[in-house]
Each structure stands twice: as structure tokens, then as C-alpha cells.
Design a protein around this ligand. Structure first.
Ligand SMILES: Cc1ncc(COP(=O)(O)O)c(C=O)c1O
Length: 444
């Protein structure tokens, strides 16, 4: 082993403490296990304890840790190329662009790559501004999350009081672009206490009225996560997305699907296929690089795209290694991985729903493929959120050796989003440890 790596790997806890004062982390709360090694769905911390990772590291590692096929293409490709600047062509960039354009629905046929999810949403916003005139303002949904860049933070719930308080996002308001928000059709809870179908109609009416009366000029674009992940894994109703599509056509604005979390994970390549609704732009990030950093947009060929005169220039927007691993991921998705995602997701979803009898605090189970959320409430009738108990369940599970995600604007949603390679035995282990953790916390 390289002596530098040996020195790094040999660092003990005291040494890490010395270094910690130099580190500044702007996202998430540190303090969990220090991860050292991973294989498949499992990761080991520096003390040798293992965990099944149901976060897939920010929902990005669809193939888990150290996947053999991914490691193989990395080893082979890295001997030829790693970093290539955006203006230079490479074979793999052509290959991946064609692949994504072929898979994408309708006339979404042009792909632009970039460096991360936030910049990819911003790339979509640039395309909207170029194509919709006169337009300046963007529409997003209550509780949406589209990133924390200055261009996207204003469209994320972290800049609002969604969570009950103003958070970090609101500190940058002087520079953040304001978004105009329309109600999200949350069919589990809505502020009017009406039934779901009525609420969907109300949300569409509010969208229409906002487009008509609430925006200076045309909306430049409507940006939507078809499944609102950070908000709490809310699966938007198909009828709502269909209605939004019609409204965008009527008001001559563009519909953007932020598919950064849905691509592949919901058992279809795109949420656009899952819902049968074709947007004008699809935004990709997280897993699209097969576990390495990559993001991008797929844009309708009816739209004016980027000109090469510095409209969208990024030094690392053409990472050949991530493109190779991204292409490998797509090959695996096409040859069984999507099917596994559907089957395992359905299995976990059904088993968790069965647990609702024993645990009435499971207010709702929302499952599409391996995009799974459990919303915890004090009582299924009052739906009062129980954030502290949700954290306690997450923490108990960590001790048992499963890492669950925690989220939702009320902080009461447990997220089960393991790598798509998870097998039935591993699902049973996840479910068993979830069950034990819930018993410990909810049966006190
Ligand atoms: C739906 C969605 N959009 C955008 C982003 C921002 O992506 P990134 O963190 O890569 O900037 C995220 C990240 O969680 C996301 O979930």
C-alpha cells in the first residue's frame, strides 16, 4: 500500500479529534460512525462494526460499496483517462448522452452534463430562461428541495419555515433567487382536512390561479420533484402531475422534473415513465454517475439549448470516470437491477405495512421501488408528528447495525433507501432490526 494511504488508514480517534477543528461541514450533523470500508450494502466503521446502509450515502450508491463491475471499469478506464476539460470530446460522453437520450421519454433528446445536483437544477433554470419570454420567476412546490446553491436554495424548504423554524437556507436570502410556491398535493395531510381527491383539485386550482395572478410575467418554469423526497417521501398523485403538465402547456411555460432522487430508484428509469407524464426537462444527479460525481439535464429537442459561448462552462463537467461508471450503472439497471428494485421495494413496503397493526404510530408508509418512507405519528387520527421518537428509532437501529435516513419537514419520516442490489435476506435483516428498534422506542 502507498505509505500515504497507510498513514491515513492508521489514524486513530485521538488523531481524528486533533484534525476535527480544521473541518467545516455545512450539511448534515456529524457524529455518526467514522466509515472505513464498504462492500455491497454493508459498510464498516473504524472499530470494525458493520451496518446495512439504507441511505446509500445520500441516496447515490445504487450499486452499494465497492461493486465489482464498477471497480473493474474504473481500473480499466483510469489507465486511459481521468479528468478531461469540458470543451474536449470523449467517446464516453457521446455514448452516455446517446444512452440517456434514447431512454428518456418523448422528445427529450439532448443531454448536458454538469458537476452536481444543484448546478444541474440551475442548468435547467437557464434553459427555461432562454426559452420562455418574458419570464423571470420560477414556481416550485411547498416543501420542495432542489439544492443549496444560491440559485436553487430559494426553491428548497430549507429557506422557508416548513420545518417550523427558519434554517440555514434563509441566511442567504439577500442573494438567493426567490421562488413562488404552490401547494403540494400531500395526500396524507393537508391544511384543510378535506379528502385527497378534493385536495388534489384544490392544489391544481391554486396552481392555475398563481400562474394567472401571482407571477410577474410568465412563470419561467415549474420545477417539481415527482416524489418529494426531502419533504418526506411524498409520492405526488399522477392526476396532479397530469394537471400540472396541462397548465404548463396552457400558460406556455416549461415543466421541469427534478429526478435527482427518482431516477432508477422507483423501479423505472424515470419518474416520467412511472407517472406517464413527460416534462420538458429532466434533471439528474446523485446516482447517475454510478457512485461517482456526475449530474446533468435531458432537454426537449424543441427547446433552444446551450450555446458554446460560456453559458454553462464547468471545469469538471465532463468527468470521464463518472461517465464510464454511470454507463455501467445503466447497463446493470437494464439487465435486472430495476426488476430487483421493484421486487425488493414491494417486499419491504408490504412488510412495513403489516407492522402498522402492532405499531399504530406508523401513520403512513410511502413506497415506490426502493424509495420508501415511514411517517411516524402519535396517533393515526390526530397525525401529530413524533420527531423525537423517529430520531430514537433511527438511533436504536444504528446500534443494531442498520443506517436509516431521517427526514421530512416535520423530521418524523424514516427513510429506507438501500442500494438497489439489496437481496431478500438483507431486506429481512433490515426489517428485523427496524422491528426491534420500533419495539424498543414505541412500546416503552
Ligand atoms: C431532489 C433534489 N434536487 C436537488 C438536490 C441537490 O443535489 P446536490 O446535493 O447534488 O447539489 C438534491 C439533493 O439532495 C435533491 O434531493
Amino acid at each position: 500500500m502507498d505509505p500515504l494511504l497507510e498513514r491515513i488508514y492508521a489514524m486513530d480517534k485521538a488523531r481524528l479529534e486533533q484534525c476535527a477543528k480544521y473541518l467545516m461541514v455545512g450539511g448534515g450533523t456529524r457524529g455518526g460512525p467514522v466509515l472505513h470500508r464498504g462492500k455491497g450494502v454493508r459498510v464498516w466503521d473504524m472499530d470494525g462494526k458493520d451496518y446495512i446502509d439504507c441511505t446509500s450515502q445520500g441516496w447515490a450508491l445504487y450499486l452499494g460499496y465497492a461493486h465489482d463491475a464498477i471497480n473493474q471499469v474504473i481500473r480499466e478506464h483510469i489507465e486511459n483517462l481521468t479528468h478531461v476539460h469540458q470543451p474536449f470530446d470523449t467517446k464516453v460522453r457521446f455514448y452516455l448522452a446517446e444512452k440517456l437520450a434514447t431512454l428518456a421519454p418523448g422528445n427529450l433528446k439532448r443531454v448536458s452534463f454538469t458537476v452536481g445536483g444543484g448546478p444541474a437544477v440551475e442548468a435547467a433554470m437557464k434553459i427555461c430562461i432562454k426559452n420562455v419570454r418574458p419570464a423571470r420567476d420560477f414556481v416550485c412546490l411547498w416543501d420542495s428541495y432542489h439544492g443549496t446553491t444560491l440559485g436553487t436554495m430559494g426553491g428548497s424548504w430549507v429557506s422557508t419555515k416548513s420545518s417550523g423554524k427558519y434554517m440555514g437556507g434563509s441566511r442567504f436570502l439577500p442573494l438567493t433567487r426567490p421562488f413562488i410556491r404552490i401547494p403540494n398535493p400531500d395526500t396524507y395531510r393537508n391544511p384543510f382536512g378535506v379528502d385527497s381527491e378534493t385536495y388534489i383539485d384544490m392544489c391544481l386550482t391554486m396552481a392555475r390561479e398563481t400562474f394567472q395572478r401571482g407571477i410577474a410575467g410568465k412563470p419561467a418554469g415549474v420545477i417539481v420533484e415527482p416524489i418529494q423526497a426531502s419533504a418526506g417521501q411524498l409520492i405526488l398523485p399522477k392526476r396532479y402531475l397530469e394537471g400540472l403538465r396541462k397548465l404548463c402547456d396552457e400558460f406556455e411555460t416549461l415543466l421541469v422534473f427534478d429526478e435527482i432522487q427518482t431516477f432508477g430508484r422507483i423501479g423505472c428509469m424515470f419518474a416520467a415513465d412511472f407517472f406517464g407524464v413527460t416534462p420538458d426537462i429532466i434533471v439528474l444527479g446523485k446516482a447517475i454517475g454510478g457512485g461517482l460525481p456526475l449530474a446533468g439535464v435531458i432537454v426537449s429537442d424543441k427547446l433552444e439549448g446551450f450555446a458554446p459561448d460560456v453559458e454553462e462552462l464547468h471545469t469538471f463537467a465532463s468527468p470521464t470516470l463518472s461517465m464510464v461508471t454511470g454507463a455501467k450503472l445503466i447497463e446493470l439497471l437494464e439487465t435486472g437491477l430495476l426488476e430487483n428494485c421493484r421486487l425488493m421495494g414491494q417486499y419491504i413496503g408490504e412488510q412495513v405495512k403489516r407492522m402498522m397493526v402492532e405499531f399504530p404510530q406508523i401513520g403512513d408508509v410511502r413506497q415506490a421501488g426502493l424509495h420508501i418512507g415511514i411517517e411516524f405519528v402519535r396517533d393515526p387520527k390526530t397525525k401529530e408528528p413524533i420527531a423525537a421518537e423517529t430520531v430514537a428509532i433511527r438511533d436504536a437501529a444504528l446500534k443494531h447495525g442498520v443506517i436509516f435516513g431521517l427526514g421530512g419537514v416535520r423530521r418524523n419520516v424514516l427513510k429506507i433507501k438501500p442500494p438497489l442490489i439489496v437481496n431478500r435476506q438483507e431486506c429481512d435483516e433490515i426489517l428485523d432490526k427496524l422491528h426491534r428498534s420500533m419495539r424498543q422506542v414505541l412500546h416503552k
